[in-house]
Design a protein around this ligand. Sequence first.
Ligand code: SIN
Length: 489
Amino acid sequence: MTVHLSNTSLFRKDAFINGTWCPAAGGARRPLHNPATGAVVAEVAECGAPDVDHAIAAAVTAQAEWRNRTGAQLQVILTRWHDLVMDNVDDLATLIVTEQGKPRAEAAGEIRYAASFLLWFAAEAMRAYGDVIPPTNPATRLSVIRQPVGVCAAITPWNFPAAMITRKAGPALAAGCAMIVKPSEDTPLTALALAELARQAGVPAGLLQVLPGDGVTLGKALCASPDIRKLSFTGSTQVGRILMAQSAATLKRLSLELGGNAPFIVFDDAHIEQAIKSAIAAKYRNAGQTCVCANRILVQDSIYDEFATRFARVVEKLQVGPGSDPDSVIGPLISAKARDKVEEHVNDAVSHGAIIMCGGARDNAGELFYRPTVLRDATPAMRIAHEETFGPVAPLFRFHTEAEAIAMANDTEYGLAAYFFTRDHARAHRVAEALEYGMVGHNTGLISNEVAPFGGIKQSGMGREGSRYGMDEYMEMKYICTDITDHTA
Ligand code: SIN
């Protein structure tokens, strides 16, 4: 029951509260399983409401001091945190492989992605500019300053155990806020290791805290507290709605990065090889377990058969296996529930006429492995057309015209990411503007990075992460009006 790391200080199983590693107040622990093997990896502290109260009190004190530091001082500490994360890529990747299951190369890529948010927001800490507004009355001067929101909380998902923490904690700290992180029950170890590196970087006690534990219990306690001024959540739309309702009484600011149902449209003038490569990246990254994964692949009628055949030929060669095996490309799903949903979607599609071109079954690498699957002849009557599969299944839909493709793409309650492939310049503008999504990839299946705003519309949530806009989520705007009349004259 151990994980082999070079830097053993990163293997933490207790909560990190007020700069101290401590068991949960009630002493409870939860076994954590490796999804590739089912083995217990650690017994992790299971925090409860008293731990939340303890953390909030520490955060209030820490934030009161932190908010008065200069941008340059915050930049130094965040840059140090970034550097320490980069120095420990291998160990952090090992933690991700062990608790989340993604292949090692992808896990290391996630750590670099996570670190990029720290470096980006370290620089943004120096740029929390306000405004001077030309007045309507010559006797007044109008200005706007931006100030930290205060103590914030983040509830983060298992699919990106590191990046979804730095994408929230980075801007929070850069803006002068404190952050309490409630990581997923499935992936607390990476979060705790990041907290240890933040401590080593000089992040003061109470400013960044990590409380592993049950989402319902801790979510309720965080939402109920008037001291938590802002909550940032990445996860399902269903849970996002619950958190929003629970935050109503305290009128918390919210950032919600929720579910998606990304269309991936291939027009007949697309470069087919490029579209296939991009579809592999957009669909099978993290075994299909990302909010921006292509969920529906829409292919124009005249190239449908060619695309389907060539795509399935590549997909069937993707190697399934534990993330620790360097040859694995498709790791396990996170849980039996996740695997069952994938199976249900495939069975439902087949019962409505879809044809399995490859995959379509569990893999014998282990209980939670599912073969990368391509389904042709998918139709809107299938569940897979409307629900996020969150697994390695690509259903291929057929369309005839640009208008039909746009209508099909927008026929969903979600609006996170969309992708389309065309070499026609005018069409590219038309389609990008018509897609009802927060993010659009044109001739690419990989759109995420630290400098661009990540987020969705409709039932995919609200707010943006990363980019210069990411800081706004953690800052209040204060308008100051000054009468400059000299009343002594
Ligand atoms: C997510 O799945 O929520 C995040 C994916 C990304 O950052 O690319």
